[in-house]
Design a protein around this ligand. Structure first.
Ligand code: C5P
Length: 225
């Protein structure tokens, strides 16, 4: 199904649409590399917070990105994020990082660097890549493009469940407000906004399971092969 040359399968969509779980499972089933681009933006945000940088300083952020090594590794269906050699897989999921990543994501110079790293990874091997702009900007000629969506209430429910399973205390109303705010910022930024690529297959996962969504994606891939 995945041929000899590097093939790219892109999955875009808003937070909570099921991208990460679906992309991870899909990559596992196809035996290809899983690339979480959000993890890259999060990792750089973590570094900027730790170094006490002014997050409004675009050129400072670009300089920070240039001097940073972000490595993503796949391990038995899971993914590890290394920031300058340190495992930050858990640290990048904190609410502070989640709410401050937009500073990094709206900075054009940083996006250029991130996109360069993502293209390099996709040139070496077949990948399932997920994010906001991966089918529109990063790999506009990708072999297969998908856009996952779900009702707002369902996306919020999934986020709450995920965080509670990790033992976090959640205030449902503030989580919903933050999710809405993140949607708005992702949809309206001038560079690399969340958008449906013209040639993407749109899947509404509101009433679908992870395996059901992966099966649906595989059906589309098979039909197009
Ligand atoms: O996918 P995840 O929710 O981990 O992404 C965190 C944030 O990183 C998003 O809200 C978005 O602002 C940013 N992002 C981005 N472009 C991508 C992936 C993520 O701007 N390709």
């Amino acid at each position: 199904m995945v041929k000899d040359f590097p093939q790219v399968i892109t999955i875009d969509g808003p937070a909570g649409a099921g991208k990460s779980t679906v992309a991870r499972e899909l990559a596992l089933r196809l035996g290809v590399f899983y690339l979480d681009t959000g993890a890259m933006y999060r990792a750089l945000t973590l570094k900027a917070i730790r170094s006490g940088m002014n997050l409004e300083d675009a050129s400072g952020l670009v300089g920070l990105a240039r001097g940073t090594r972000i490595r993503l590794e796949n391990h038995n269906g899971g993914a590890k994020v290394l920031l300058d050699g340190e495992d930050v897989s858990d640290a990048i999921r904190s609410p502070e990082v989640t709410n401050k990543t937009f500073y990094i994501a709206r900075t054009g110079g940083v996006r250029e660097i991130m996109v360069g790293w993502q293209r390099e990874i996709g040139a070496r091997q077949s990948i399932v890549i997920e994010g906001r702009d991966v089918g529109t900007v990063v790999f506009p000629k990708a072999t297969h493009k998908f856009y996952l969506d779900a009702d707002f209430e369902e996306r919020a429910r999934r986020r709450i469940k995920e965080l509670r399973e990790k033992g976090k205390q959640i205030d449902e109303d503030s989580l919903k407000t933050e999710l809405k705010d993140r949607d708005h910022k992702d949809l309206t930024r001038s560079i690399g906004p969340l958008k449906i690529a013209d040639d993407a297959v749109v899947i509404d996962t509101t009433h679908m399971t992870v395996n059901g969504t992966v099966d649906e994606i595989l059906k589309h891939i098979k039909n197009k092969a």
